[in-house]
Ligand binder design. Structure first.
Ligand code: UN1
Length: 512
C-alpha cells in the first residue's frame, strides 16, 4: 500500500514538515498544549500556550499594527496577500499533509484545503483594487455625496479543527487587503497547522518589506479562555467565529454586548432532496461525497436525505452498498476515502445519536468502529445510513460525524418543509431535472439556507461566493461576493463644493 507518510513516525514527520515551512523545532516540545493526530490518537508535539495577559498584549500589538497598516494603499496591501499566496503554492504539499496529520483529512482534501487558501488569496488581490463605494445622488445643490470604505481595525478569527487553515484564510486574506490586522485563535485541536501558516505568513511579510508592520498577524494558542479574552476585548471590532452552534450562541451575545460585529459560521444540519426526475447516478455520487467526505466532519456535510417515495427503492439500496464498500483508513494512505474522527468525544457522540435513532424507529446500516486493533487510540468508523420513519429525534440535531438519515416524501412542498424544518440550516440541495422544481427550491419560498444548490450536494462551496449563511444567525458571510464589507466600516461623505446653503432641510439660521 502506498502511503504519503509513515504513520508510525507521525511526531518525526510532523517536526520535519513544520521545520520545512519555517517553524523552529524548539517550539514543538515542552509546551503545555498537546497536539494530537487523529490518525493515531497520539500526541505528536506539545507547544506553548498563551496566557490571558499574553492575549491582551498581542491584541495591543495588533492594534498598533492596524494603525500603520491602514495607511498603506489597498493595492499595495494586496501585494502582501499575493506573496502569501506564493508561499502557499510553494508549500502546498507540506501544508496539505500537515492538515491530513492534524485534522485527519484524506490527502486530496488536505491539498484541497490549501488550494482554497490560494484561491482566496487570488480573489483578495483583485479585491484590493475594488473596494468600491458608491457615488450617491444628493438632494442638495452644489454638493457631492459618496460612501467610502475604511478598515475596521483588529479582526479576531476563531477557527475550528475541521477546516484548520482555510477558514483563517477566508477571513484573513480579506481582512489584510481591507487594511485590518488579524488575531487568530485556532482550535486547540489544530494548533500546528496554525503555526505553519503563521510561519508562511512571516516569510511573505519578510519579502514584502517594512511597510507591513510586525504585529499584523497574531496567533493565540490555547483553550477556550484565551478565545474569551479575544471575544470580550473592545479593541477588536470584528469577531469571525466558526464552530458549533453552541459556541456561536455564546460568542454572538458577548460580542454584541460591546457593540462589536460578529461573523458566525456555525453548524449545519444540511439536507438534499432527491426528486422523482433526479439523475440517480449523479445524485449517488453527489450524496456519497457530501455525506462521507471529511468523515462527516464538515459544517456543510450532508446529514439528511429527503427522498421521493418513487425513487427510494432505486436509490437507497445502491447507496447502502456504496457505503459498505468505501475504503476507511489512515487518511494519507492512497485510496482511502474516509479518514478518522477527530477524537473519542466525536465517536461517543456519534454512537449516542445512532442509539437515539434506533430508539426512534430507525434502521441503522454501518456506524461501527473499525481498525481499533491497528489504531487503539484513534477512532475510525464505518459511515452510517439510517432509514428513518420520519424526521424526528436525532435527525433534528447536527451530529458532527458520518451519519446520513434518510426519510421519504411525496410532494415537493412537503420536502421543502422537511428541509427547512430543522434549526441549523446552513447548506442545502435538490437533485431534479424538473426546471420548475429547481427554481422553486432556490426561490424565496424554497430552501431557507445560505447555500441552496441544484444537482450538486451541499458541500464543497467555492470561495467566489459568500460562504455560509447559517439561518439562525441571520446569515454569516465569509470569502467571496461582497463579504469584504464586513471587514470594513462605511462612511458617507457629503462635500459642499459650491458654497450653497443646505436649504434641503428647510431651516435657515441667520448668523452674522
Ligand atoms: C466547514 O465545514 O467549516 O463547502 C466549511 C465546503 C467547504 C467549507 C466547509 N468549502 O465544504
Amino acid at each position: 500500500m502506498s502511503t504519503a507518510i509513515d504513520t508510525k513516525r507521525l511526531p518525526e514527520e510532523t517536526v520535519e514538515l513544520l521545520s520545512r515551512m519555517g517553524v523552529d523545532p524548539a517550539n514543538l516540545s515542552d509546551g503545555t498544549l498537546a497536539a494530537k493526530s487523529p490518525i493515531s490518537g497520539k500526541t505528536i508535539a506539545s507547544i506553548k500556550e498563551h496566557s490571558a495577559d499574553d492575549a491582551t498584549a498581542m491584541i495591543g500589538a495588533a492594534q498598533d499594527a492596524f494603525k500603520a497598516w491602514r495607511r498603506v494603499p489597498a493595492p499595495r496591501r494586496g501585494e502582501l496577500v499575493r506573496l502569501l499566496g506564493e508561499e502557499l503554492r510553494a508549500h502546498k504539499d507540506d501544508l496539505g499533509l500537515l492538515v491530513s496529520i492534524e485534522a485527519g483529512k484524506i490527502t486530496s482534501e488536505g491539498l484541497g484545503e490549501v488550494q482554497e487558501m490560494i484561491d482566496i488569496c487570488d480573489f483578495a488581490v483583485g479585491l484590493s483594487r475594488q473596494l468600491y463605494g458608491l457615488t450617491i445622488a444628493t438632494e442638495r445643490p452644489g454638493h457631492r455625496m459618496m460612501e467610502t470604505w475604511h478598515p475596521a481595525g483588529v479582526v479576531g478569527v476563531i477557527s475550528a479543527f475541521n477546516f484548520p487553515v482555510a477558514v483563517w484564510s477566508w477571513n484573513a486574506a480579506l481582512a489584510f487587503v481591507c487594511g485590518d490586522s488579524v488575531v487568530w485563535k485556532p482550535s486547540e485541536k489544530s494548533p500546528l497547522t496554525a503555526m505553519a501558516v503563521e510561519a508562511l505568513f512571516k516569510k511573505a511579510q519578510a519579502k514584502f518589506g517594512e511597510d507591513a508592520p510586525a504585529g499584523l498577524l497574531q496567533v493565540l494558542q490555547g483553550g477556550r479562555e484565551i478565545g474569551e479574552v479575544l471575544v470580550d476585548d473592545p479593541r477588536v471590532p470584528v469577531i469571525s467565529a466558526t464552530g458549533s452552534t453552541r459556541m456561536g450562541r455564546q460568542v454572538g451575545p458577548r460580542v454584541a454586548q460591546r457593540f462589536g460585529r460578529s461573523i458566525l459560521e456555525l453548524g449545519g444540519n444540511n439536507a438534499a432532496i432527491v426528486a422523482p426526475s433526479a439523475d440517480l447516478d449523479l445524485a449517488l455520487r453527489g450524496i456519497a461525497f457530501a455525506a462521507m467526505g471529511t468523515a462527516g466532519q464538515r459544517c456543510t456535510t450532508l446529514r439528511r436525505l429527503i427522498t421521493h417515495e418513487s425513487v427510494y427503492d432505486a436509490l437507497i439500496p445502491r447507496l447502502i452498498k456504496a457505503y459498505g464498500s468505501v475504503k476507511i483508513g489512515a487518511p494519507t494512505d492512497a485510496g482511502t476515502l474516509v479518514g478518522p474522527l477527530i477524537d473519542k468525544d466525536a465517536y461517543d457522540t456519534m454512537q449516542r445519536a445512532l442509539e437515539e435513532a434506533k430508539a426512534a424507529g430507525g434502521i441503522v446500516h454501518g456506524g461501527e468502529r473499525v481498525l481499533a486493533e491497528e489504531f487503539p487510540d484513534a477512532y475510525y468508523v464505518q459511515p452510517a445510513i439510517v432509514e428513518m420513519p420520519k424526521q424526528a429525534g436525532p435527525v433534528l440535531e447536527e451530529t458532527f460525524a458520518p451519519i446520513l438519515y434518510v426519510v421519504r416524501y411525496s410532494s415537493l412542498e412537503e420536502a421543502i418543509d422537511l428541509q427547512n424544518g430543522v434549526a441549523a440550516g446552513l447548506s442545502s440541495s435538490i437533485f431534479t431535472s424538473d426546471l420548475s422544481e429547481a427554481e422553486i427550491f432556490t426561490s424565496a419560498v424554497g430552501s431557507d439556507c445560505g447555500i441552496a444548490n441544484v444537482n450538486i450536494g451541499p458541500s464543497g462551496a467555492e470561495i467566489g461566493g459568500a460562504f455560509g449563511g447559517e439561518k439562525e444567525t441571520g446569515g454569516g458571510r465569509e470569502a467571496g461576493s461582497d463579504a469584504w464589507k464586513a471587514y470594513m466600516r462605511r462612511a458617507t461623505n457629503t462635500i459642499n463644493y459650491s458654497g450653497a446653503l443646505p436649504l434641503a432641510q428647510g431651516v435657515k439660521f441667520d448668523v452674522e
